[in-house]
Write a protein that binds this ligand. Structure first.
Ligand code: FES
Length: 93
């Protein structure tokens, strides 16, 4: 029996390394596909922590260089921002 690897690779969405490698074994071989299947990269950090780690796993497993991988589109805000920043200018009168 194969030992399951419960190492967490995406802390925001609680995705383990084993889930990522299982997805790759099932045929999901792009960063976008793994992201859509497991939601890794969709947490509060927007993948700043996990996407490069997942890219490394994909690269190791598929043999595709990281430089040839397409990373998901980053959407603003790039970092979490308190809502008061957006309302501050509205309240200045
Ligand atoms: S660690 Fe994966 S989205 Fe934050």
């Amino acid at each position: 029996m194969k030992k399951k690897d419960k190492t967490i690779i995406c802390r925001c969405e609680d995705v383990s390394l084993e889930e990522v490698t299982s997805a790759i074994d099932e045929g999901y071989t792009s960063l976008e596909e793994v992201k859509r299947l497991l939601r890794c990269g969709m947490g509060p950090c927007q993948g700043r922590t996990c996407l490069m780690l997942i890219a490394q796993v994909l690269s190791r497993t598929t043999g595709k260089p990281i430089t040839e991988m397409q990373f998901p589109t980053a959407r603003p805000p790039v970092r979490p921002v308190p809502l008061v920043i957006f309302t501050a200018s509205k309240n200045k009168k």
